[in-house]
Design a protein around this ligand. Sequence first.
Ligand SMILES: [Zn+2]
Ligand SMILES: [Zn+2]
Length: 229
Amino acid sequence: MAGPEKKLERSKSGLRMIPVSEADTSPFCLPEPPWVPDGECKQCQNCRGKFDFFKRRKHHCRRCGRCFCNDCCQEKVNLPRMQFLDPVRHCQVCTEVSRKEEEFFDKHLKSLQNGGYFSVCDSDIGPDDASMFFTKLSPNHRHLLFEGDSDKHEPILIEKIETLQILPSGKDDEGNTIAGGIAIKYKDTTGGINVIKMMVDSGGNRKPGQIWIASMQKAFKMLYDARAK
Ligand SMILES: [Zn+2]
Ligand SMILES: [Zn+2]
């Protein structure tokens, strides 16, 4: 499925590919940080080397906005959370964070968008009235969508998810909990609190559903970490 319409925009840090409509901004995106003003940094914020126009020049980390010498800020890394088209300059601390996030964008985000089959019920109804839905993340990453043959379920706004709980279904050979499903507590469009239970389709291959649940946990953690800042 095609994503939202996007445009190229030039910022002080490089070219960014951003949605034409602000309403399509991914909840996984972060704003660009303000840069530490040139006048306020006399030395590198990592190695403390004094800046000198000829020998040691200033560079800003595109992720944290702090000021470093070239040696401490020379890595060019992909930064999909700020929607840069090309890899951009990172300090050492931020390099590690962005490298870890690359896996989320390359793997987990795709798994969420590819979707999976789940038996879904609202917690106040109970498993007897569960319906089968194909559940996936919308192209702009903002909603969980539920596609059913007969039943309907309202989309869940990703930013309105309050808790995720893994529903175990036994343990594997190594004693790790096997995810049988997931319970999602969220605020609906009227502001009411709902809980839905999504169980992995037990009739078929359980692996895609379990991978989807693991990716959902990663997504929730990323959003939570961003909120906590
Ligand atoms: Zn330095
Ligand atoms: Zn940084």
